[in-house]
Design a protein around this ligand. Structure first.
Ligand SMILES: [Zn+2]
Length: 235
């Protein structure tokens, strides 16, 4: 089999796979609803994990700050206890007051962040439980759906095998080029000529180009770069 014949077949395989893939992802409403719920849950879980990580970082910083504020408060308490004179005592009390205020200024946001962490954790647990249940329902319905599309599933397997075989027989750089064209040219990498024009982009082909094509070389459209061939020579 020539490289060109293989490329033409690969294009057909690709188109058939595309149709099958469309059929196999055209879920009935209940399955489609579960599918989007699962995607939604995955996204929300990811957001929650990020929010939790950032909250825990804040918690760690505030915990350290609270520890040093507590230590300072204890020093001040000791100073109050040790104060011998009234002046000393008044100053120590004022300092203790300040330090208690400083401690409260750290303790309040720490409490808030801890409340937030708890809420996030609960939300995550709930979402994970729902995810397991939705996944189970999805798998169950999808198995039924696939059993109803047995022919497509079997055909897909055959086509995937054939695609791998063809790709092995082709020049690897050609496979890369083919895949790139599939991506960039709406799933059509190979096009037949149609009344002197490229069947892909409709550009009129030059006469010397058409003459070259008759020699069965692999040629690329000068306009859209698709691999082109003469269908009259490749039935
Ligand atoms: Zn073209």
């Amino acid at each position: 089999m020539s490289q060109l014949a293989l490329l033409i077949e690969l294009q057909t395989v690709h188109e058939n796979l595309h149709v099958i893939h469309r059929d196999l992802t055209a879920f009935p409403p209940d399955l489609a609803a579960l599918d989007s719920e699962l995607k939604n849950l995955a996204r929300k879980l990811e957001e929650t994990a990020k929010a939790l990580a950032s909250a825990r970082t804040q918690q760690a910083t505030l915990t350290t700050s609270l520890a040093s504020a507590t230590k300072l408060e204890e020093f001040s308490k000791a100073a109050v206890k040790d104060a011998k004179q009234k002046v000393q005592f008044t100053a120590a009390i004022r300092e203790l007051d300040d330090r208690q205020r400083q401690k409260a200024a750290v303790a309040r946001p720490l409490k808030d962040i801890e409340t937030r962490i708890e809420a996030l954790d609960n939300a995550r647990t709930e979402m994970e439980a729902r995810q397991i249940e939705a996944r189970r329902q999805f798998d169950e319905l999808r198995a039924i759906f696939l059993s109803e599309h047995e022919n497509q599933v079997a055909a897909e397997k055959v086509l995937l095998t054939r695609r791998a075989e063809i790709e092995k027989l082709l020049d690897p750089t050609m496979v890369v080029k083919f895949d790139r064209l599939i991506q960039q040219r709406q799933g059509r990498a190979v096009a037949g000529i149609d009344r002197g024009s490229c069947g892909g982009c409709r550009t009129r082909l030059r006469t010397p180009f058409l003459a070259q094509l008759r020699e069965e070389k692999i040629l690329f459209c000068e306009s859209c770069q698709r691999i082109i061939y003469d269908p009259a020579q490749h039935q």
